[in-house]
Design a protein around this ligand. Structure first.
Ligand code: ADP
Ligand code: MG
Length: 231
């Protein structure tokens, strides 16, 4: 795949295990996994210009090899509606990250399309020492953290496996459509799981992959955050 091996080799050369969000998203794009539109800005003016190009509202995020959990560092600001908002958020993120880790290396600030709110799902992969690449699917927030309502399958998976990973969740009724939440596009989620399976099978040096969250819509689904850790 065109960008994937280049990105992985570059990270290896720099001795980095954790890929940056834009790198992980470029790899997702290689495998047909839908992600939010993004660009990496180097200054406030450029950030505002990229936001104009992408269209408001936008989200700004820190891009740094020293910040893996971006929100913990005050490195994510969502729902920016004007160029002025973008410039203010740009400064605020740099300020927050400096407080979090004074010597953090800053690659830039990610400007990305703000995806409409919807049911948050999680697609993951881990390389199990015994079974090899293993996929995970669940719903975001308390469903994963508190209820541990997640399903695993050893990769490569079939479309039937992917469908089961989704429909066998205890929280599946939420995806099927519940009260005022409309039904999610299950086929779009199946496609993401199948493409993620291919991604990790093609790239055995991936130790962990975390698409968290993947927003599930009535039509389609979109990855708003992606993390990939190499061996
Ligand atoms: P972290 O590194 O802290 O996991 P995320 O990129 O996941 O950072 O951002 C934190 C939260 O902000 C996400 O869980 C999601 O709810 C929201 N978010 C991030 N990016 C977007 C986006 N492009 N559109 C909508 N919501 C977003
Ligand atoms: Mg996240």
């Amino acid at each position: 795949m065109k960008q994937t091996s280049k990105i992985i080799n570059q990270a290896k050369k720099e001795g980095r295990k954790a890929l940056l969000e834009p790198e992980a998203k470029l790899i997702c794009m290689d495998y047909g996994i839908p992600v939010t539109k993004f660009k990496v800005a180097q200054n406030e003016t450029q950030a505002a210009q990229y936001a104009d190009e992408i269209g408001y509202p936008v989200v700004l995020k820190i891009v740094s090899p020293d910040v893996i959990h971006k929100s913990d560092a005050g490195g994510v600001v969502i729902n920016l509606k004007t160029a002025q908002d973008v410039q203010n958020a740009y400064r605020k993120i740099l300020e927050n990250v400096k407080k979090y880790k004074a010597d953090a290396k800053i690659v830039g600030i990610l400007v990305q399309e703000m995806a409409p709110q919807s049911t948050e799902t999680i697609v993951g992969a881990i390389k199990d020492p015994q079974f090899g690449q293993t996929l995970m699917f669940g719903l975001g927030g308390i469903f994963v953290e508190l209820l541990k309502d997640v399903n695993f399958r050893v990769a490569p998976i079939t479309a039937d496996d992917a469908k089961e990973m989704i429909t066998q969740l205890k929280a599946y009724p939420l995806l099927k459509g519940f009260r005022n939440s409309p039904p999610a596009d299950i086929n779009a989620l199946v496609d993401i799981l199948l493409n993620t399976s291919k991604l990790v099978m093609d790239n055995p040096e991936i130790k962990e992959l975390d698409l968290n969250p993947v927003l599930a819509y009535q039509s389609g689904a979109k990855t708003v955050d992606a993390r990939i850790i190499l061996e």
